[in-house]
Ligand binder design. Structure first.
Ligand code: GTP
Ligand code: MG
Length: 206
């Protein structure tokens, strides 16, 4: 991001003002900041759901060529949004939204990485039904299934927007360690929790 500014309304206050940051490949960056600081706005800009009013937002390919962020670059990102995003259906069906062709074995692996081993102890396992907004599961359980779903998806950059906010600190740290070990992916991790910072390469305070 090069000197980007963004206001939601014409003439409104800038949420991001002359903001620059380079997320380097393979790094894990924690984004901290109080509520309303603009963390989700930044995530939306990276996903090209909103566009800078000033400045430039780009992603580099392997040859170092910059491409303006757009709907076309979005396929490189795996996004776990803030709040619950499970759909009504079984856990298996929800995970298949990450990768339609995923086998039960691949789903098990993703669930394990996402610290969601509790699924294996449910009487119906992957066939367990959850209602829209994850009803039937605790918030922290639903979050971990959402992360497992993201792990099944292709894309070299993971964006997690308070995706672990309902987990206890120990589970959150274990999950983050699994994410870092697993992939070689670039990780952008929005969090309110300072403890997590120890596991990240870089900290961006907004
Ligand atoms: P938390 O998720 O609560 O920790 O906050 P955040 O850091 O993610 O803040 P966010 O980026 O969501 O919001 C930054 C500012 O932009 C706040 O003042 C919001 O009120 C404002 N904002 C966020 N979304 C919208 C929107 O869709 N429309 C308008 N007009 N303002 C918005
Ligand atoms: Mg937010």
């Amino acid at each position: 991001l090069e000197n980007v500014s963004y206001a939601y309304e014409d003439g409104g206050t800038d949420v991001l003002a002359d903001f620059s940051y380079d997320f380097t490949p393979g790094s894990c960056t924690a984004i901290l900041g109080e509520t309303g600081a603009g963390k989700t706005t930044l995530v939306r800009m990276i996903l090209a759901l909103i566009h800078p009013r000033k400045g430039r937002a780009v992603v580099y390919n392997n040859d170092g060529e910059a491409h303006e962020l757009s709907a076309l670059t979005r396929c490189n990102f795996v996004y776990v949004p803030q709040g619950n995003t499970l759909l009504s259906g079984t856990i298996r069906e929800n995970l298949k939204l990450g990768r339609l062709s995923a086998t039960d074995g691949e789903m098990h692996e993703a669930l394990h990485k996402a610290c969601a081993d509790f699924v294996f102890d449910l009487p119906d396992g992957l066939g367990t039904f959850c209602s829209e907004d994850g009803g039937g599961l605790s918030e922290g359980q639903a979050q971990r299934i959402a992360i497992a779903r993201a792990l099944l998806r292709e894309g070299s950059i993971m964006l997690l927007d308070e995706a672990t906010s309902s987990l206890d600190p120990e589970t959150e740290q274990r999950l983050l360690r699994n994410l870092l070990e697993s992939s070689g992916k670039t990780i952008i991790f929005v969090t309110h929790r300072l403890a997590v910072v120890d596991y990240c390469d870089r900290v961006l305070k907004m």
